[in-house]
Structures are given as structure tokens and as C-alpha cells.
Ligand binder design. Structure first.
Ligand code: PLP
Length: 394
């Protein structure tokens, strides 16, 4: 048999230290490797495979659209694009949509839109306030927006126009605001930063400050959106409406998509301002429509909320048992287990051996982001494996 891992070492750029597993097949919340070993997948493609692997609804939309029309230029109207835009607008507080191919690209669009708004309505203000510990993507502008040194240091000098404030601290945002500020951009819960949950009123405070100053409030819901934290959009749980919202990961059940949404008053692009060759093509949008419809029609967010509570109850039991667990963070099915020591990587490898995929979001924290359709039995199985693995550390 081919040694795929050796070939990867030879041919692929050295961008990541992968886990020693080559995955070849998936179904529901399970994946299988080249040896035929089965894993329960609590990574779900980094919160992407919202309906699990190869969900019939996703496969049907993908194959039918593949036989009908895969791609055209955005010079023409296409039907799935309009259908997905309508679904998003009808089910959110935003009025207009633009599709691209990834989360970073959605945030790039948000940054450009905020700058256009600043030129038009805020005497040329262009600075965007972001938060420490945030993650907004890997393009140069989104790296500049990302509040983590490790992502920024290798690429200095970075594009100008980003100011950082501590997360979950409205005073820090106030201090960072000047007459150059056009927007504040935050995640409802910081995902890649470690599943950091702000206090309940934080988003309301940010919204009120943005209203006060007449600046835009951008929510990056690339990870928290599309049911992940127990509501279709995270903002619904915090009693706020953003001016600009970005989505990606779970929106189209595994095919690459990003979406930039805005209120009418913030939708200031004019023809020629922005675009994408692949963005919003019929193939991905048809899958997006199928995925989003399934999530809405089956009230998956309510199920996520319940399953999240069930999972947290089980994690609480583990915390009571193992003194090196410091806390349980997150909402819905975006959860993390905080640890006293930097043992996340070794726990991930131990879980892998036992057939469970989890993510070391920080050296001292495990992140769980399973498919939104997992069952109690899946959660029980994951908790059983975790308990076994944690007990060996005692
Ligand atoms: C994953 C993520 C991004 C970047 O998305 P890509 O598709 O990897 O470009 C941006 N913001 C948040 C909050 C994310 O979780």
C-alpha cells in the first residue's frame, strides 16, 4: 500500500504537524482510516461537517447540482446563489449577502466593506478594533485583525488599520476608539483562541458603544454560526444585532464557502468594489441551501442546545473526578475542557488510539466541535473514552 504520510512529507508544504492518521471515508459522526480503524469525530473538519460526514441531503444536493451546472461566472444570475441568499436573509437580521470561498475571505470582505463605510459616512475613518485572543483568518489583513502574536510575528509588516483591545472588556474597546475607528469586530465566543466565553452582556455593551459612536459592529460567526452554539446565529442568544456578519465553516456541510452579510445601511459596496470568481457558484450554493434548510426545518439548533447541555453534564462529572480539569467552557456544541498543565496534545493522541478525534485548541485545553447531529450514544461513547484516557493521567 502507498505510504501516504511519507509522500505528504515529501510533496506538501510544511504548514502543519498532522496527526498520524490518513482518513479515507466518513459517515455520520464516524470516519475511517486507511487501516479500516473507526473514529468518533468530535472535530468535524473544524466545525465544518455540521450534518456529519456524507449526509444524504448533502450528497444528494452535491451530486444533482454536479450533473446540472457546476460553475458559471458571477457575470450571470444563477439560481442556487439567490436561493441561499434568500434563506440567509429570511432567517437572520441582515439584509444582503455576498458569497466567497472561506472564512478569511468573508472577513476580508467585511474589512473592505467597513472601510468603504468609513470613507462614505465617517470622514475616512478606517481603523477596525479587534480583540486579543481572536482569530479572523490567515490572509494578511485577517492576520492583522487576529489578536494572536504567533500568527502575526512571521509576517510583519502587516497591513495597517487594526487596533487591539482585550476581549470581554468594553472599557478596552472604548479606550481604543478614536476618530479613525470605523468598526469593532469580535467573535461571540472566541473559537481558535481557546473557546473563550465573554460575560453575558459583553456583546450588548459593544453594540451600545458602536451605536454611540456611529461605527459598525462586525460579528465574526464563522465558527459560532449555523447552529453551532444552540441558535441559528450566535447573536440571537445575546439580544444584539450586528451591522455586518461573517459565516463560513458549517454553512454548506463541508464544501468550501464563506458569506458576508450586512444590514442595508452598511451594504455600501457598488458594482466593481468587490467580487470573487468562484464565490457563490451553483455547486456550493446548492449544498448550502440543502444544509441550511435541513438545519432550519429540523430545528437542529434546539437539538444542539440540548445535546450541549447533556455533554456538559458529563464533562462536569469528569471535572469532579479529575483535579487537573480546571473548567468547562463554551456553549452548545462548541465546548472546551481547561487543564492545569500543557497535556492537551498527549490527551489528543491517547484519544486517537481509543478511536476518538478531539482538538488541542490550546496546550492546556481540549476543544470539542462534533457534528450537530450527534446522538446521546455518541456523547456517552466520547465521555467513556475521555474518562479512560484521563484516568491514566491520575
Ligand atoms: C476558522 C475561522 C476563520 C477563518 O476561516 P477559514 O475558512 O479558515 O479562512 C475566521 N474566523 C473564525 C472565527 C474562525 O473560526
Amino acid at each position: 500500500m502507498e505510504n501516504w504520510q511519507e509522500l505528504e512529507q515529501k510533496f506538501y508544504m510544511r504548514i502543519i504537524n498532522r496527526l498520524p492518521v490518513t482518513l479515507v471515508r466518513g459517515k455520520g459522526a464516524r470516519v475511517w482510516d486507511t487501516e479500516g480503524k473507526e473514529y468518533l469525530d468530535f472535530v468535524a473538519g473544524s466545525a465544518v461537517n455540521s450534518l456529519g460526514h456524507c449526509h444524504p441531503v448533502v450528497v444528494k444536493a452535491l451530486t444533482e447540482q454536479a450533473k446540472t451546472l457546476i460553475h458559471t461566472s458571477n457575470l450571470f444570475y444563477t439560481i442556487p446563489q439567490v436561493q441561499l441568499a434568500e434563506l440567509l436573509v429570511e432567517n437572520s437580521c441582515l439584509d444582503r449577502v455576498f458569497f466567497c470561498n472561506s472564512g478569511a475571505e468573508a472577513n476580508e470582505g467585511a474589512i473592505k466593506l467597513a472601510r468603504r463605510y468609513g470613507k462614505l459616512h465617517l470622514r475616512g475613518a478606517y481603523e477596525i478594533i479587534t480583540t486579543r485572543g481572536s482569530f479572523h483568518g490567515r490572509t494578511l489583513a485577517t492576520v492583522a485583525a487576529t489578536g494572536q502574536d504567533k500568527h502575526q510575528q512571521p509576517y510583519i509588516p502587516l497591513p495597517d488599520g487594526f487596533v487591539q483591545a482585550d476581549y470581554d472588556d468594553i472599557e478596552a474597546i472604548k479606550v481604543a476608539t478614536s476618530n479613525r475607528t470605523c468598526a469593532v469586530m469580535v467573535e461571540p465566543i472566541q473559537g481558535e483562541g481557546g473557546v473563550n466565553v465573554p460575560h453575558d452582556d459583553y456583546l450588548k455593551e459593544v453594540r451600545a458603544w458602536c451605536d454611540d459612536k456611529g461605527i459598525l459592529f462586525i460579528l465574526d460567526e464563522i465558527q459560532t454560526g449555523i447552529g453551532r452554539i444552540g441558535s441559528l446565529f450566535g447573536y440571537e442568544q445575546y439580544g444584539v444585532e450586528p451591522d455586518i456578519l461573517t459565516l463560513a465553516k458549517g454553512l454548506a456541510g463541508g464544501v468550501p464557502i464563506g458569506a458576508l452579510l450586512a444590514k442595508e445601511r452598511a451594504s455600501v459596496f457598488v458594482p466593481g468594489d468587490h467580487g470573487s470568481t468562484f464565490g457563490g457558484n451553483p455547486l456550493v450554493c446548492a449544498v448550502g441551501v440543502a444544509t441550511l434548510k435541513f438545519i432550519i426545518d429540523n430545528d437542529i439548533p434546539a437539538k444542539v442546545k440540548k445535546m450541549g447541555q447533556y455533554f456538559v453534564a458529563g464533562l462536569e462529572k469528569l471535572k469532579a473526578k479529575f483535579s487537573f480539569i480546571t473548567e468547562i467552557r463554551g456553549r452548545g456544541l462548541l465546548l472546551a475542557l481547561g487543564l492545569t498543565d500543557d497535556i492537551a496534545q498527549e490527551l489528543v493522541l491517547a484519544c486517537l488510539k481509543e478511536g476518538l478525534l478531539v482538538n488541542p485548541v490550546k496546550p492546556n485545553a481540549l476543544r470539542f466541535m462534533p457534528p450537530l447531529i450527534i446522538t446521546k450514544e455518541d456523547v456517552d461513547e466520547a465521555l467513556g473514552i475521555l474518562e479512560k484516557v484521563l484516568a491514566r493521567r491520575k
